[in-house]
Design a protein around this ligand. Structure first.
Ligand SMILES: Cc1ncc(COP(=O)(O)O)c(C=O)c1O
Length: 447
């Protein structure tokens, strides 16, 4: 696993994946056919060695050569208490975006000083929980949030370190829904409109909130290093303007996450090393231009740490052939465990995990079991002649699948299994019908 790119190498087998003598897909030394039998389907499988390998590459490229820099794992991509432990053991910090993610991290024993608390509309309760827990940074999205933060700090008699979210006016070439750095965005305050400077000044004047730096996040699933260079350029120019206008020299530049991974042919992720080198070179060059000290650089990768480390296993039900139109392969999950196709027509590769060596003879589309025509998992994938009972695997489902899953149609969420060295451990139990009705209440008048 030495040239890990921010995703898979050249084809669908990556990380610890292999094909065993029975023609079955194995991950982390575990036969996926056995995993399906032991844990049921649909099943999320996470490759622990691969996650740790990518974490190691982030450490080696961003932190070790530049002490002071920090890599925060973006919890929104995939978070469970076991994942929190892996992140802690790998020496990364954590970016959380809600009270729920914060709670998970704290319950799993994560050091609050290494947590940054994001969100574009954090509630007072969430801000209270963050301040109370002494998180390392609160990311301030807007002036209303700053007011709430000030009042919570006053109530608790605490001060906090804050970093405002800035919109740097960079439009990365990615799907509209995962672009966030352009002017027309719900996130942060724009440099272009002067609102970013207003927020900075408001923080400087506040009593309990200490301004530490600035943050931006330009989007997700980005392949172009150029987009990050542009973000650095715009953000450093802004940092210089802040110094001119306020006399405050900012010590921290957080550039967010967004590093793309391989899902299907045409995706061309850059090696993590290349991103690191280009970003750090750009930071040095741009700060040099303005005579600014080199700040500590923080990044927040999510997808690139867990995306390619995950697969989903499904059992095939019906195979419907519409002559000259399409072959639909129906599986026992769908948009409930993977809403990314329904959200933005995300593309995936798939294979039959129980027949990995069979010739690919069919072009099929993978349909979920929900009552929505848009409930598809993948379109036009190449499979062997597929039949009911086969085990279908979809690759690179580690990010934004489990974390975005739902109970639509009252489907229970699948289990998550962490595999490593031939061992498979449940890290999230499969939901049961009892879980589905757990919070339902029938008022007396309806009894
Ligand atoms: C502020 C912030 N940081 C980091 C990330 C992680 O992005 P990715 O998973 O693409 O690396 C996101 C994702 O939307 C984000 O909004």
């Amino acid at each position: 696993m030495d040239d890990i790119r921010a995703g898979v190498e050249t084809m669908r087998l990556h990380g610890t994946m292999a094909i065993n003598g029975k023609g079955h897909l194995t991950v982390g030394g575990c036969d996926t056919v056995d995993l399906a039998e032991n844990f049921g389907t649909p099943l999320y499988i996470m490759d622990e060695a691969y996650i740790r390998e990518v974490c190691g590459q982030y450490r080696e490229t961003y932190i070790e050569p530049y002490p002071g820099n920090e890599v925060l794992y973006a919890a929104k991509a995939f978070l469970t208490m076991a994942m929190v432990r892996v992140v802690a053991q790998e020496g990364l910090g954590l970016d959380v975006v809600s009270g729920g993610e914060l709670y998970t991290a704290l319950q799993a024993g994560f050091d609050p000083a290494r947590i940054c608390f994001h969100g574009n509309n954090k509630s007072r309760e969430e801000i209270y929980a963050g301040v109370r827990a002494n998180v390392g940074r609160i990311m301030v999205d807007n002036p209303a949030e700053l007011d709430t933060l000030e009042s919570v700090c006053a109530e608790l008699g605490q001060t906090v370190s804050a970093v405002p979210r800035i919109t740097p006016n960079v439009a990365a070439h990615t799907h509209e829904y995962v672009q966030t750095g352009q002017l027309d965005s719900k996130f942060g305050q724009a440099i272009a409109t002067g609102q970013a400077m207003d927020l900075i000044q408001k923080i400087i004047q506040s009593k309990h909130v200490r301004l530490k730096g600035v943050h931006c996040h330009i989007g997700s699933q980005i392949f172009e290093i150029e987009a990050f260079r542009l973000a650095v350029q715009n953000m450093v120019a802004f940092v210089s303007e802040v110094r001119e206008k306020t006399g405050v020299a900012l010590e921290e530049l957080n550039l967010g996450g967004g590093f793309g991974i391989y899902y299907t042919e045409g995706d061309d992720p850059q090696p993590i090393q290349s991103f690191a080198r280009s970003i750090m070179d750009a930071v040095r060059q741009e700060t040099g231009k303005y005579g600014l000290p080199v700040p500590r650089v923080v990044i927040e990768p999510g997808r690139s740490i867990v995306g390619a480390a995950g697969i989903t296993l499904y059992r095939v039900g019906d195979v419907k052939v519409i002559p000259d139109v399409r072959v639909y392969v129906a599986v026992d999950g769908g948009m409930t465990d993977n809403p990314r196709y329904a959200l933005y027509q995300a593309k995936y590769e798939a294979a039959l995990a129980n027949r990995m060596n069979d010739p690919l003879t069919v072009t099929a589309s993978i349909a979920g079991k929900c009552c929505e025509s848009g409930d598809m998992v993948a379109r036009d994938v190449q499979l062997p002649g597929v039949a009911p009972g086969d085990l279908l695997t979809v690759f690179s489902t580690g990010a934004y699948n489990y974390s975005m899953s739902s109970n639509y149609n009252r489907l229970p969420k699948p289990a998550v299994v962490l595999v490593n060295g031939g061992k498979a451990d449940i890290i999230v139990k499969r939901e049961t019908p009892e879980d589905i009705i757990r919070n339902d209440v029938v008022p007396d008048r309806l009894r």
